[in-house]
Design a protein around this ligand. Structure first.
Ligand SMILES: Cc1cc2nc3c(=O)[nH]c(=O)nc-3n(C[C@H](O)[C@H](O)[C@H](O)COP(=O)(O)OP(=O)(O)OC[C@H]3O[C@@H](n4cnc5c(N)ncnc54)[C@H](O)[C@@H]3O)c2cc1C
Length: 237
């Protein structure tokens, strides 16, 4: 369904990463993990890629506003998006997508996420926490540095509130003195450390296409069931 939504707030949530809060239209419903297409109306500039982009909802269905977050690269769409004054209306065509938490509560969920791929996952974990879902959920969340990772405070909060959720931040460009948690690429060793039976869970991968492909390969090599890997590839990265 296409509707018009108003920008309520914008904020920086990580290095070169902004979140946009939109007013939720009355009666609008979606499932955690879904996305919508945003069209900027009459942008002051545009390029060959046009003025529509897909963004996952980072907010959960129970939360008041619709929140989207993106890496602010230097493209016409994002230059205009960054400068939108609060109160501006855009078109939202939503909800779409099947990247949703599975229903079987006894099957664990493991999210292996890179960078901005966290958006639909924040929504899913917020909703699971709010609804007291019994699913065991593990999130391996990879970024270059802590400053590049969006929503870590929220995720730490869900970890404290939800005894079934384990949050594992992983950083690829930090030294041991800067970070005493997991470092480097997410390899089989890290996976085995947090997932006792690698064949058991349903895996969810989201983020830039190259990262999603590499993680899928690693999971299959390590013994994950290929039929139990679900992906949301963010085109355009
Ligand atoms: C289902 C789905 C959900 C998505 N959810 C999100 C989300 O929650 N958050 C999010 O940020 N994105 C999300 N995306 C991706 C989003 O729709 C855009 O494609 C993405 O943000 C890139 O837009 P852009 O304006 O930066 O680049 P575009 O102008 O769309 O440029 C795309 C092309 O130009 C190249 N390019 C442009 N700028 C650069 C640069 N600086 N460096 C290298 N290459 C460049 C890219 O390689 C690409 O081929 C989602 C996509 C899908 C399909």
């Amino acid at each position: 369904m296409i509707q018009t939504v108003k920008l309520l707030k914008k904020e920086t949530v990580a290095n070169s990463t902004m979140a946009f809060h939109w007013e939720k239209p009355a009666g609008f419903e979606f499932t955690a993990g879904q996305f919508g297409d945003i069209t900027i109306i009459n942008p002051r500039e545009t390029d060959d890629e046009g003025n529509i982009r897909a963004f996952s909802f980072a907010s959960a269905p129970y939360e008041a506003n619709l929140v989207m977050a993106t890496r602010m690269r230097d493209t016409a769409f994002k230059r205009v998006l960054k400068d939108l004054p609060t109160g501006t209306e855009v078109k939202l065509d939503a909800p779409y997508g099947d990247f949703k938490l599975h229903k079987t509560e006894t099957t664990p969920a493991v999210f292996v996420i890179g960078g901005i791929g966290i958006t639909p996952v924040r929504s899913i974990i917020a909703e699971a926490t709010h609804e007291h879902l019994p699913h065991k959920i593990t999130l391996l969340y990879s970024n270059k540095t802590p400053a590049d990772a969006a929503f870590t405070e929220d995720l730490e909060g869900f970890g404290k509130e939800n005894p079934n959720f384990t949050f594992v931040p992983v950083y690829t460009s930090v030294s041991e003195t800067e970070w005493n948690g997991e470092r480097g690429d997410i390899h089989a060793g890290i996976l085995r450390k947090y997932v006792s039976n690698v064949a058991a869970p349903i895996y969810y991968l989201a983020g830039p296409g190259g990262m999603v492909k590499a993680v899928r390969h690693m999971l299959v090599e390590t013994g994950a069931n290929e039929d139990n890997i679900r992906t949301e590839e963010f085109s355009g990265y």
